[in-house]
Design a protein around this ligand. Structure first.
Ligand code: SAM
Length: 313
């Protein structure tokens, strides 16, 4: 069944993301004291990544951290909903930094959440369980309820299934909510992502959605990116909206978001991230040419859709 095969390949993209983050942390691009708890080393895993990839991860994680920090500063009672969370360590990083929030809810396919639960509950250092506000309660091997942390298994293309799990996770639809979709929407069809965005917009009263994914894919470089992914069995069915910033903006507006901003990662890298840090990370490994890095960054972007006006800093 081709859908299952596709889903399996999509779930494996999480392993690649985790490995890339692990390598970048080992190389001191950024700190993440929790990532090794989720890292699997398989014999065919090359424990090396090109510097452009590690810099790309530094930029992506730094940018998302910045949006999350701004959101939590404005809304200490806010909640974060991380869709297609994979093995993201966001909850533990926020707790370790003493950030205030009501809860973090994470969703992925059940097979991925089941694996994440095993890693969370496995003894090791740092202890991942002691940062929860309540002792973890595991349900059917794929859901974990821990007070201020909820991890649930659902196919986010199926709104009824997702909504049921959000209710089990006691999501409060009246609280200010930041939704993160990081490298996720691209794996579903345009119709499926359109309906997910519209449902999120309709159910949450106050929402800021941060979407990170490919952008400007309709040129030669973008086509090469697509071919590389196709070789790994990944059919990026959602690519159509990523062709341009205008299309991204249009799909968020069509879903009912009154305020939308689209920025490519090259712009974010050059203008929004800490430039002292940027100098530091650019010196970690030798880059043959900066142009290749900028070209890569131009093909990723962040779309913010919000019910509140956005500041463009
Ligand atoms: N967001 C994480 C990050 O940035 O590190 C993981 C990104 S990984 C490339 C994509 C994740 O989205 C995978 O864990 C995959 O299982 C999940 N995903 C994709 N489509 C999904 C769907 N329809 N329902 C639930 N999870 C999905």
């Amino acid at each position: 069944n081709s859908t299952c095969t596709d889903d399996y390949n999509v779930q494996r993209t999480n392993d690649d993301a985790t490995q890339c983050k692990y390598v970048a942390v080992q190389m001191h691009y950024f700190e993440d004291p929790f990532i090794h708890r989720f890292f699997f080393n398989t014999p065919d895993t090359p424990l090396r990544r090109d510097p452009e990839i590690s810099i790309g991860y530094w930029a992506r994680i730094s940018a998302i951290n910045k949006y999350v920090d701004d959101f939590l500063l404005a809304h200490p009672d806010g909640q974060i909903l991380n869709l297609g969370c994979g093995f993201d360590t966001l909850f533990w990083r926020l707790k370790a930094l003493g950030k205030v929030f009501s809860k973090v809810i994470e969703v992925d396919f059940s097979s991925v959440t089941a694996r994440k639960i095993r890693q969370i509950l496995k003894p090791g250092k740092p202890n991942l369980v002691e940062l929860f506000s309540q002792p973890p309660q595991e349900v059917q091997h794929c859901d974990l309820h821990c007070g201020d942390y909820e991890l649930v298994g659902a196919d986010i293309r199926q709104w009824n299934e997702l909504k049921e799990k959000l209710d089990c996770a006691k999501v409060d639809f009246t609280l200010p909510t930041m939704v993160i979709t990081e490298c996720v929407l691209v794996y579903m069809s345009e119709d499926q992502s359109a309906s997910l965005l519209a449902n999120l917009r309709n159910f949450f009263g106050k929402i800021v959605l941060i979407n990170y994914e490919q952008l400007n894919t309709n040129d030669t470089f973008g086509k090469v990116m697509q071919e590389n992914l196709a070789q790994r069995g990944l059919n990026l069915s959602g690519l159509a909206p990523c062709e341009s910033g205008e299309k991204q903006k249009a799909r968020f507006e069509a879903a009912g978001f009154p305020h939308v901003q689209v920025l490519d990662m090259s712009t974010i890298y050059k203008t929004q991230l800490d430039q002292t840090e940027r100098k530091r990370i650019e010196a970690i490994e030798h880059l043959d040419e900066m142009e290749l890095l900028y070209q890569l960054l131009q093909h990723y972007g962040i779309v913010i859709g919000s019910t509140e006006p956005l500041t463009s800093n």
